[in-house]
Design a protein around this ligand. Structure first.
Ligand code: DQA
Length: 143
């Protein structure tokens, strides 16, 4: 099985971006962590990051056409982008919505998600360790 991990706007800044909220792991370190998890789980994992909403939409179309499951941290797009939601709704395999922080204990505008009701599952508040957790669930979901 192949799984895509898609990180959206501002997530390339991990490590320097508000470390008190998002931790000190950089995006390249996060990629390595996901790839390591993939190797352990026997899942081909590809991690991508973009600050371009159109590019993210195209990646979701690609995953929909290929039938790949997706772990998606859409960053701020989560809270307002109908375009990202509409693209995510086309996925044919599972979608895990992921947030490094616990968005529910943060500002009220982060309590709204345009993704949760098209997602299979939501992971939030586990820090970057949420990524290997989500990948493990994807690997084990059908037994
Ligand atoms: C985030 C939470 C969002 O509210 C925020 O805009 C992000 C990151 C998280 O991983 O906790 O960019 O998705």
């Amino acid at each position: 099985m192949k799984a895509l991990v898609l990180n959206g706007v501002n997530l390339g800044r991990l490590g320097t971006r508000e470390p008190g909220v998002y931790g000190s792991t950089t995006h390249p370190e996060l990629v390595a962590m996901c790839e390591r998890a993939g190797t352990e789980l026997g899942v081909e994992v590809e991690v991508r990051q973009t600050d371009d909403e159109g590019e993210m939409v195209r990646w979701l179309h690609e995953a929909a056409d290929a039938g790949w499951p997706v772990v998606l941290n859409a960053g701020a797009w989560t809270h307002y982008s109908i375009a990202i939601r509409d693209a995510a709704a086309q996925l044919r395999d599972d979608l895990v919505e992921l947030h490094i922080s616990n968005v529910h204990r943060r500002e009220p505008f982060r309590h709204t998600s345009y993704l949760s009701d098209v997602a299979t599952a939501v992971v939030a508040g586990f820090g970057v360790r949420g990524y290997p957790l989500a990948l493990r669930w994807l690997a084990e979901r059908t037994g």
